[in-house]
Design a protein around this ligand. Structure first.
Ligand code: GDP
Ligand code: IMO
Ligand code: MG
Length: 427
């Protein structure tokens, strides 16, 4: 019997999960998303083309591997239709390889309105959500009022109207009522499109696949510091983005978790509000943003940038049981003369290397300063070519975190990925 491997983000999202899932897919039979929804934007680049996936797993481009949208995902039929049609237009016949869990919850147009209304009501204290209805949809799931993909195999009109009328009561209180007739029509049209895909009881499908020795990769969305329980609450998303989320989001036992690939950028970014201890508000931060093209893949929002935060990263490694680290966007730091890494925080005059209960506290990061490598990393093809200063940076991170960096990414293209010696040689 196989184990299921998990790949997830260790920071605030956008670490490069899509790219690496695509790179690793040839080693797997099946790729499955386990949480989140169209708040995600996973970018893949190969053969001179760029794709951004939101709800569809990033294993979709590698042959006929099976891709599953798991029960832990929230699915917007309208956005799904747009995403699927764009892929089909570009010549990818995804109907054969994409299966959807009957237990995944559906995002309704009024979920999106509620998300926007709640954000507007929060004013300056807004979370900066993606406005895709993620929080309200998970709220309805937990409060047992949600609609699921499997429901659309029956008549859902009455259920839909009931949920909508409940939402309207809240929207009225928030002075955010809108005519939804056009959105309702588009939603039901998109439901018909959704029905052309294969729905499965994914928990049975996945456990059967494991019993039949199939190799499965679970693809996370968002990042550990956006986890509903362990992230910088309330500036988080509404799902469990950590490894445990793969168990509940796919229906696999914790005993079946194999490798956990924790992915991080060589620096940090965050989009939306919320604490960010190592954020830079200076020219260095601007340079990272420019060089890293740090703008949201879906919303286009500018991402906040800062130095690598090892206090936060060690917390993420602990929560997820990371077995292998994957470092992304090393090339973005190429031209910096000095590179800082945060190794502890000073809070209330005391030094600590533990991520605090509330990262909203007044935190002063303590930095270790490294010499920059000042070489073009995008041309590096194997680890023997790593500049000495880069190796020093890698070694320090590995030692601090107690986990090896198994993969180094040096550019956005599929090919700009260095799998270090011994990595997955058994697969
Ligand atoms: P995800 O949400 O974790 O899949 O990440 P995103 O796709 O939102 O953001 C990562 C961005 O960085 C995308 O634009 C990628 O094309 C790009 N990218 C990924 N790896 C690298 C890398 O090693 N170097 C550079 N320069 N860009 C990268
Ligand atoms: P990927 O999968 C980065 C952030 C939003 C906001 C907070 C809550 O591409 O890494 P939500 O819409 O989920 O209620 O927003 O979480 N956020 C992300 N930031 N990458 C993502 O996904 C994100 N998904 C949500 O900006 O701060
Ligand atoms: Mg993203």
């Amino acid at each position: 019997m196989q184990q299921i491997d998990v790949l997830l983000g260790l920071q605030w999202g956008d670490e490069g999960k899509g790219k690496i899932v695509d790179v690793l897919t040839p080693k797997y039979d099946l790729v499955a998303r386990f949480q989140g929804g169209p708040n995600a934007g996973h970018t893949l680049e190969f053969e001179g083309k760029k794709y951004v996936l939101r709800s569809i797993p990033s294993g979709i481009f590698q042959g006929n591997k099976i891709n599953i949208i798991g029960n832990g995902v929230v699915l917007d039929p309208i956005l799904f239709k747009q995403e699927a049609e764009a892929l089909m237009e570009s010549g990818h016949d995804i109907r054969k390889s994409l299966y959807i869990s009957r237990k995944a919850h559906l995002i309704l147009p009024t979920h999106r309105l509620l998300d926007q209304a709640r954000e507007a009501a929060k004013g300056a204290g807004k979370i900066g959500t993606t406005g895709k209805g993620i929080g309200p949809t998970y709220t309805d799931k937990i409060s047992r009022n949600g609609l699921r993909v499997g429901d659309i195999e029956f008549d859902i009109k009455a259920k839909y109207d009931k949920i909508k009328s409940d939402h309207f009561k809240i929207l009225a209180a928030l002075h955010y009522v809108q005519d939804t007739a056009a959105m309702d029509k588009e939603w039901f049209d998109s439901i018909e499109f959704l029905k052309s895909f294969r729905f499965i009881d994914s928990e049975f499908f996945i456990n059967d696949a494991l019993r039949n020795d199939k190799a499965i990769l679970a693809e996370g969305a968002q990042g550990t510091l956006l986890d509903i329980d362990f992230g910088s609450y309330p500036f988080v998303t509404s799902s469990n983005t950590v490894t445990a989320g793969a168990c509940t989001g796919l229906g696999v036992s914790p005993k079946r978790i194999g490798k956990v690939f924790g992915i991080f950028k060589a620096y940090c970014t965050r989009v939306g509000s919320g604490p960010f201890p190592t954020e830079l508000h200076d020219a260095t931060g601007e340079e990272m943003c420019r060089k890293g093209n740090e703008f949201g893949s879906v919303t286009g929002r500018k991402r906040r940038c800062g130095w690598l935060d090892l206090v936060a990263l060690r917390y993420s490694v602990m929560l997820n049981g990371v077995t292998d680290l994957i470092m992304m966007k090393s090339d973005v730091l190429d031209m910096f003369e000095e590179i800082n890494v945060c190794t502890s925080y000073i809070i209330d005059g005391k030094e600590t290397d533990q991520f605090p209960f509330s990262a909203e506290m007044d935190i002063t990061p303590v930095y270790k300063i490294f010499d920059g490598w000042q070489e073009d990393m995008t041309k590096v093809e194997k680890e023997e070519e790593f500049p000495a200063a880069f190796k020093t940076y890698l070694n320090f991170i590995e030692k601090y975190l107690g986990v090896s960096i198994s993969v180094v990414s040096v550019g956005p293209d599929r090919k700009q990925t260095i799998l270090r010696k011994g990595f997955m040689s058994e697969k």
